[in-house]
Every structure is written in structure tokens, then in C-alpha cells.
Ligand binder design. Structure first.
Ligand code: SF4
Length: 644
């Protein structure tokens, strides 16, 4: 085991260093010292958060650099602050976690109508400009008290929720308070968007008052980054928005815009009649439509006109005490972006059908980004160091290429700290969800293998299917009947609240004899939710979650093929699927004390090709079982008996 250097030991707050945590720290320490980036895979239970902080703090304190720790969930942001609180018992260190304005705002006029971060930002800016927010006004009215509070926040690690609580009591805007303290704190825990969305970053950097080259960036759960980057660079315009834009234009007497929105809506709707689920369209599809059907000669100029009118409407609504939302503005922005991305082969244009929240069929126009590096590379090339870490990053070279990490990035896989006897990864041969093999007999066989797992698991079992179709087929093949435990399963279109409540019910069964939960890989319950201890003793992965080969997926593969010859399918199709499977499998192993069996029900996981994409902590212990009834039961019986 590696000893911590004195500089790291000054910050590391715990008496013991976990197995391989020292190696993890050393890789980051060296990279940061030399102004390089690090791409580092390490499994759960390693203590990655405190390892990364302890490795970055010496350089940050010495050179007055800021540490931005980006993660997806509030829980992860809070974890950063909790670790900093532990550090600050040894040595003073400052830090805050921030949430979006839409989550911190206390003004009920804004929160009541908030639909997304952007509309909250616009509403807030307008309210402030017109002196209509009491929480903002009190900052000026009680300047001394506010400034005092701001200085106090910059002294100790503080969570966004704690700041919100204080502000609610004192009547100050928590968002403004956090923003004002950013320039004075060392560590900031925040969402990916603050760093990777160029528009949000520009605003954020002004409050930070720190140039990019003075930032050490830590990206937690970095396997999410390519997908998030693509989402940031993509946008869509729905039939609903077009319909609302027409109504809005009529209301505010913009006859030309009402007619325009109506024509575009009708033409897009007509185009959807001839397609299946989705189709690629050329950029000219919309430009010709705008020109020939709607009679617009200078599209860009007209789209700017839409933006200006939309902005005016927002101001008028606010002056009338109404929420400043404009569908015309949303339409104008999308259309301007369509023109901007025309001719750029890293974008494709799509018309797709989907089901609305009310369960009705509808459609949208999309600008789909294919190149995550357009979003990530400008960040990586301008910060002091980027530290990207996760339990599922392999193959590292592919990740580095897709996101365009600097050439000299240090790439390392740190071994798993879990004792071998705590993890039992098994592949069952003779079963698969490969499309051509999806027969009732195959599903019957999969159900009977799941039954073996459930019967030999002491408490809870999680099952993650390759897709909703597979989930549905398992249900129709008598899965519930075959199990002797309470059974809960995800449904398409479930709200996140319904999902959370179902997961909480499932977890509660852990102390009451156990239950079975069925979800999908890549879904809400298979990523970002932890099931420690008996909350998931065994996890079953049913099938390889390859995406449906839609036009978008095919476009992604051919784009990567163009950028990385011979690797397009691997980068655009295989790796995303294997990441989903690995993430789902890792749900049951969260702390070093956990013991879990992972059963991969698809023979494709037994191939050398697929195993290349599994993280080391699965691959190293993977046992391939023959196509025979009862072998899973035998393995599980021994595994759980030894652990009891
Ligand atoms: S100033 Fe603060 S409280 Fe007021 S609207 Fe903006 S975010 Fe909300």
C-alpha cells in the first residue's frame, strides 16, 4: 500500500487509507502538479471523492487555484462538502455546493411557474431589473448584514441547502449569496452544466472571477460526460411549442408570426405522416419550407425578428404581473440554431414522433449533436488540469478520443478495493436477448434462471432488462408468478416521483424477507441510485442493452467511423451499451462491506470482445457458467453461505 506524501496527509482527514486509495491519490497528485489531466477508473468503495480532493488541495492552496467538482446529483455535491467539513477539522478549507437558480430561488412567483432553468433565469433577471424581488432588494437594504453573512460563508464548507435555510430565515436571495461568495471559496461542487454549457459557463465565470487556467476541474461519474455533452449541444422544437407560438402571436397581434408558426407546424405534422419513429431530414427541409411555404426570403433576419418579438412579449407579461414565458422566443432560438449548424457534419437534423406527457402522439424537429468533444475539448484545453473519474470508463483510450482529452493525459485503472470474496460476477450461457433469438422459449428460460437467482438470494434482487421491450416480455412470460417474493417493476412513462417511491418501497423490503425489482438498464433506477447492504444482494442483467438502430444511432456510428476509422460501431454502439450494463451491475456494490452477486443473463457477456468493455472489478472475477439448470443456484448458495 502506498504511503501518503506529507502534503496530501495534511489534508487527508481519515486515520486509515483504503486499499488502492493511495494509488488513486498519487496518480491525481502527479497529474495536477504537472498541469496535466488524468483519466482514472476506480470502483465504488475506493473513497474517490476525498482522494481527489486531498490530491488537488495542496496545489490549489499553494497556487491559489479553484477546484470545481462537477457531479450530477445534489447528493454527490453534498458529499463533497461533507468531506471538506472532515478536512476542515484538521485545516481550514472553504467550499460551497451550488444548485441552479431554479432550485435555490425563494420567490414563489418564479418557482410556481418555473418550467426550466432558462425561463427561471430570464424571469429572475427581469424581476431584478424592475426591483420586483424582495429577496434581492433586501441585499441592498441590509447591506452590512448581507456582507457579514457572505464573509462567514466563505470561511467554512457550506451546503447549498444550508445556505438556503439561512436565507429563508433572513430574507436574502440564496442564489445571489452563493454567487457572491464564489470568488472567495476554494472548492465549488456543482452540476456539469455550469462548466460544460458554454452559455451558462460564460455567466458563471463572471461570478467566479477566476480565469479558466486557474481552475482544477474534477469530473465525478465521468462516464456520463459524453452523453451530457451531446445533450447540451442538441435542441428540439415540438409541435406543441409551434402551436403555442401561433396562439401567442395571435394574442399579441403578430399576424405574420401566427401564420408562419401555423405553416411550419402543419408542414412538420404532414412530414411525420410518412415516417416510422424518426427520420433524418436535410437542413434544407426546413429552410425550403420557410422560404417556399411561409414566403420568408431572409430566414436569419426573420428568426432574429422572432427572438426580438419574443423578448418584448416577455417584458410585457412581466409588467402585467404574469410569468415571462414566450413560445415565439423558443421557436426563434431553435430556428436560428438550425441555420447556425447547417453545413456542420457533426450535427444531423431529425423529425421524430413521441408520446406526450398526456399520453398523446406528437412530434418534434431536432438538431442532434454527434460530437461530444465540441463541448468538452474547449474546457479541457483551457483549465489547469481535468481529473475525470468513474467506476466505468474503460476502454480509456476510446473515452479520451471521444472527448478529446489532451494528448498528455495520464490514463490509469486502479484495482478494486473489494475483497474478491465480496463480489460474485457470473455469466450464464444458453440465454440471450439478441433480436433474432427473442422467442417465448428463450424468455421462458430467462425467467427460470431469474427464479433460480431469487430463490437463492437472502433478501432483495434487482433485475435490469436491456430495454422496455425485454422488460415487458419478461412480465408477459410469467416472471411475477414464478417468484415467491413481492415484485415491483418500472413502467414506461412513470414520473420520477412514482419511480422514487417504488424504489423506496423495494428497499424497505430488505429487512422484511426481500423483494424483486425489475427496471431497465440505463434507466432511472439503474444509474445514480445506490442499493447498499441487503437492499440488493443480487443483481441480474438481462441482455446487452444495445440501442435500437434508429437513424440517430446510425448517424452517430457513421460520424464516429469518419473520425475514428474502423471504430465507429464500437464507439457509437457497443461502448454505450456496455457502460449501461456495468453501471446497473455496480448498483449493489457501494461500500466495502457490501457483498453482491451479479448475474449476466446473456452469453454475449462471456465473449472476449464484450469483456474488453467491462470494468476490471467485474472482468477480473467473471465466471462463465454452462447452459445448465441449477448451476446458478449452486454458486449463489455457496456465495451467500460463506458471507453469513
Ligand atoms: S433574485 Fe433570487 S429570489 Fe429573486 S427571483 Fe432571482 S433567484 Fe429568485
Amino acid at each position: 500500500m502506498i504511503e501518503l506524501t506529507t502534503e496530501v496527509a495534511t489534508y487527508f482527514p481519515y486515520a486509515e487509507v483504503r486499499p488502492f486509495q493511495g494509488e488513486f491519490i498519487e496518480v491525481i497528485l502527479e497529474a495536477v502538479k504537472n498541469g496535466r489531466s488524468a483519466l482514472i477508473e476506480g470502483s465504488n468503495g475506493l473513497g474517490k471523492t476525498i482522494a481527489a480532493l486531498s490530491a488537488c488541495l495542496p496545489k490549489a492552496e499553494e497556487n491559489d487555484l479553484k477546484i470545481l467538482y462537477v457531479a450530477r446529483t445534489h447528493r454527490q455535491h453534498d458529499r463533497v462538502i461533507e468531506e471538506l467539513k472532515a478536512v476542515s477539522r484538521k485545516l481550514r478549507v472553504s467550499g460551497v455546493s451550488i444548485r441552479g437558480r431554479h432550485e435555490m430561488c425563494l420567490n414563489s412567483f418564479v418557482t410556481r411557474y418555473a418550467s426550466d432553468a432558462r425561463s427561471v433565469m430570464e424571469a429572475c433577471e427581469m424581476l431584478k431589473a424592475r426591483d420586483r424581488c424582495p429577496y434581492y432588494r433586501s441585499i441592498e437594504e441590509r447591506e452590512e448584514e448581507y456582507s457579514d453573512l457572505r464573509h462567514r460563508i466563505a470561511l467554512f464548507p457550506c451546503k447549498a441547502s444550508e445556505i438556503q435555510k439561512i436565507c429563508r430565515r433572513k430574507g436574502f436571495c440564496p442564489y445571489e449569496l452563493v454567487k457572491a461568495s464564489l470568488a472567495d471559496v476554494r472548492v465549488i461542487a456543482l452540476s456539469y452544466l455550469y462548466v460544460f454549457d458554454p452559455e451558462i459557463r460564460n455567466v458563471f465565470l463572471k461570478s467566479l472571477d477566476t480565469p479558466m487556467q486557474n481552475i482544477i476541474l474534477i469530473v465525478d461519474e465521468a462516464h456520463n460526460l459524453p452523453e451530457t455533452a451531446v445533450e447540451i449541444a442538441s435542441s428540439h422544437l415540438s409541435l406543441f411549442t409551434l402551436g403555442q407560438a401561433k396562439i401567442e402571436a395571435e394574442k399579441f397581434r403578430y399576424k405574420d408570426i401566427a401564420g408562419f408558426a401555423d405553416i411550419v407546424r402543419n408542414e412538420v405534422e404532414r412530414a411525420t405522416e410518412k415516417i416510422g419513429k424518426e427520420t433524418l431530414v436535410s437542413p434544407e427541409f426546413l429552410l425550403e419550407l420557410v422560404h417556399e411555404k411561409a414566403g420568408v426570403d431572409e430566414p436569419q433576419k426573420f428568426f432574429q425578428h422572432l427572438n426580438a418579438v419574443g423578448y418584448l412579449i416577455k417584458r410585457t407579461l412581466l409588467a402585467d404581473g404574469k410569468y415571462p414565458r414566450s413560445y415565439i422566443h423558443a421557436m426563434g432560438e431553435f430556428l436560428s440554431r438550425w441555420v447556425e449548424t447547417t453545413g456542420d457534419e457533426s450535427y444531423v437534423n431529425v423529425i421524430s414522433k413521441y408520446t406526450s406527457r398526456k399520453g398523446l402522439p406528437t412530434a418534434k424537429l431536432e438538431i442532434v449533436a454527434l460530437d461530444p468533444s465540441k463541448i468538452t475539448a474547449p474546457v479541457f484545453s483551457s483549465v489547469h488540469s481535468s481529473i475525470l473519474m468513474s467506476g466505468t470508463l474503460q476502454p480509456l483510450e476510446a473515452y479520451a478520443q471521444i472527448t478529446k482529452l489532451p494528448e498528455d493525459t495520464v490514463k490509469r485503472v486502479v484495482p478494486s478495493p473489494f475483497p474478491k470474496e465480496h463480489i460474485l460476477p457470473l455469466v450464464s450461457c444458453g440465454v440471450t436477448t439478441a433480436m433474432e433469438k427473442r422467442t417465448p422459449e428463450m424468455y421462458g428460460k430467462i425467467v427460470s434462471r431469474i427464479e433460480e437467482v431469487v430463490q437463492n438470494t437472502p433478501a432483495n434482487t434487482g433485475i435490469f432488462a436491456a430495454s422496455f421491450e425485454v422488460l415487458q416480455a419478461l412480465c408477459s412470460s410469467g416472471l411475477e408468478k414464478a417468484l415467491k417474493k413481492p415484485f415491483l417493476h418500472e413502467r414506461r412513462g412513470m414520473s420520477s416521483r412514482e419511480n422514487e417511491s417504488m424504489v423506496a418501497d423495494f428497499k424497505a423490503y430488505a429487512s422484511r424477507g426481500g423483494a424483486v425489482f425489475l427496471g431497465v438498464q440505463g434507466g432511472r433506477s439503474s444509474e445514480g441510485v445506490d442499493y447498499p447492504g441487503d437492499e440488493m444482494n443480487s443483481v441480474v442483467i438481462v441482455g446487452v442493452p444495445y440501442a435500437e438502430p434508429t437513424p440517430k444511432v446510425k448517424a452517430q456510428i457513421s460520424y464516429f467511423e469518419k473520425c475514428f476509422p474502423e471504430l465507429g460501431r464500437e464507439y457509437g454502439y457497443v461502448i454505450p451499451a456496455m457502460k449501461k450494463a456495468s453501471q446497473a451491475a455496480g448498483r449493489a456494490i457501494r461500500t466495502l462491506e457490501d457483498r453482491a452477486a451479479m448475474i449476466f443473463l446473456d452469453h454475449r457477456f462471456s465473449t472476449i470482445y464484450c469483456q474488453r468493455f467491462l470494468p476490471l472489478w467485474i472482468r477480473d472475477n467473471l465466471k462463465v457458467l454452462p447452459d445448465k439448470d441449477g448451476v446458478i443456484a449452486e454458486e449463489l448458495a455457496v456465495f451467500f453461505r460463506n458471507g453469513s
